[in-house]
Ligand binder design. Structure first.
Ligand code: MN
Ligand code: MN
Length: 296
């Protein structure tokens, strides 16, 4: 197997790249969340700086629920010393009660259900096909590198706290397995096969040619993320392509940043973006990442 991209970075460097990449993608994309590509082009020509603003009126470098829920999940795993779905749900409750800047509908519904009845699994609902479970799953990957089957099972378990939907499950698992591979091997080529396997199982995810939709529906999110990740050769090129399509741009940015960051490592993320990121978020990522990797 000849990888089409091979890095010499270490596992820790790639893991930091993935988590910082997720946060950078969130902060970059949030500026243009819910805009159309045409509106973005009129206002920015090309959006490629972390400047805050957007519909949430963010300070430059501020992240949103995508990064915050990932950090909440990570903190629960570290505090528990391993896998503990109830601790994850409790961390989501604590986060929701902290009055976050944004929260998705399915996440709010699922966390509220857990508060009400203590159940760790959402009932199936068609509207649970959003990207909220996939967007926060990175710490599960860090803590489950040793075994792909365990990673898939855990990914779906944490997903089900708020999202029970076959396409959300399939995408959350596939993105987790791709990220695991990138972290362990630093090579992109096998990810093509993983994407093809996902599409063979669920043809809705087909992304060539890019179908042109950017909503928070997991299918549109994955199509936009894959189109960016597989058709670009650097972290910056990937993120700029993805977020300039608008729609759920903080979440497509976060997931593209996770994959591209895992592939290209911290060194691959533009320094001007890392410098703009909220320092408290950067510090939390540097603290959590090695601790999570130790759980694997
Ligand atoms: Mn968000
Ligand atoms: Mn979003």
């Amino acid at each position: 197997m000849t990888p089409n991209h091979q890095t010499n970075s270490t596992l820790l460097d790639r893991a930091l790249g993935a988590f910082l990449g997720l946060a950078v993608g969130d902060a970059l994309g949030a500026t243009v969340e819910f805009m159309t590509a045409r509106e973005i082009a009129v206002q920015y020509r090309t959006h490629k700086e972390i400047i805050g603003g957007g519909w949430l009126h963010l300070k430059p470098g501020r992240v949103t629920d995508d990064t915050e829920m990932s950090l909440a999940l990570g903190s629960a795993l570290i505090a528990s010393g391993g896998w503990n779905p109830r601790a994850i749900a409790d961390a989501f409750v604590k986060w929701m009660q902290s009055n976050p800047v944004d929260i998705g509908n399915a996440c709010r519904r699922g966390i509220s259900r857990y508060i009400a009845d203590g159940s760790l699994s959402a009932p199936f609902a068609e509207e649970n096909g959003g990207n909220g479970a996939a967007m926060r799953n990175l710490p599960t990957v860090f803590a489950s590198l040793a075994n792909e089957d365990v990673l898939i099972q855990r990914s779906i378990e944490q997903a089900h706290i708020t999202h029970d939907h076959p396409l959300s499950d399939a995408a959350t698992a596939a993105l987790a397995c791709m990220t695991r591979w990138l972290l362990l091997e630093g090579a992109q080529a096998p990810c093509d096969k993983m994407a093809n396997d996902l599409i063979a199982q669920h043809p809705a995810f087909a992304f060539k040619p890019w179908p042109g939709k950017t909503s928070g529906y997991i299918v549109h999110t994955v199509q936009t993320v894959f189109d960016g990740f597989f058709n670009t050769g650097s972290f910056e090129e990937c993120l700029v392509r993805v977020v300039n399509r608008g729609g759920d741009a903080d979440t497509t940015g976060a997931l593209a940043g996770q994959l591209a960051g895992a592939l290209y490592g911290v060194q691959g993320i533009p320094a001007r973006w890392l410098k703009k990121l909220d320092p408290a978020v950067t510090a939390a990522i540097y603290k959590q990442t090695p601790q999570l990797l130790k759980l694997s």
